[in-house]
Design a binder for this molecule. Sequence first.
Ligand code: ATP
Length: 236
Amino acid sequence: MLEVRNLEVVYDDVMLVLRGVSLSVPPGAIVALLGANGAGKTTLLRALSGLLDVHDGEITKGTVTLEGEPIHHLKPAQIVRRGLSQVMEGRRILAELTVEENLRVGGHTARESHLDRVYGLFPVLAERRRSVSGYLSGGEQQMLAVGRALMAGPAYLLLDEPSLGLAPALVAQIRDLIVEINQQGTTVLLVEQNATMALSIAAHGYVMETGSIVMDKPSADLLADEDIKEFYLGLG
Ligand code: ATP
């Protein structure tokens, strides 16, 4: 279980951006984290993966535990070793490296079995393993970013807006791949603005607004409520 309890995060010592967030991701699940631009979703993921430091952010209250062990004081590499990996928004791949070089850089323990798993999930990456990554399409770059995170063999995968900027057919493809990754045993926390996509595969959804969780329900309940759909999910 990945558990966030009463988490407060401040940027630049003064700006309170997470205001006591609590959230649970049970092993084996896909959980969706929804909310408008600027709600604090990316900040929460940074806090989980130990990446606040580089953004002048800091946890000022609360805890993050993974399988019962606190991880909020750990460095990013230590958190990855504990089994939690994040796929960055904006697909921060190294454009001048080949596909395979990107995958090997991403994996802290670049194991061949992990490479095989990634190529199995994304045959297009196998075909293009020696291509320079900067020439990949947007969808392929997104797959490469997911592949890179999977190279560490994580038990928990954090995805930050994997559908951003992709055409509908590619969004459907990414959604199916997330389901497949989950079925292979990886627990997923999925941050999305595309609420329809996220709730179609997540069992449970959290909605964030200005640094707080304002809604926390099974996906079916969120989708069944017209007011929630209109006011919180932009699906009215
Ligand atoms: P988006 O979908 O646009 O990424 P989000 O829900 O992920 O939105 P965050 O990126 O976490 O939201 O931003 C939450 C708030 O924190 C915003 O007001 C943003 O301007 C602010 N913020 C984000 N990063 C920093 C930073 N490094 N320094 C100061 N403020 C920041």
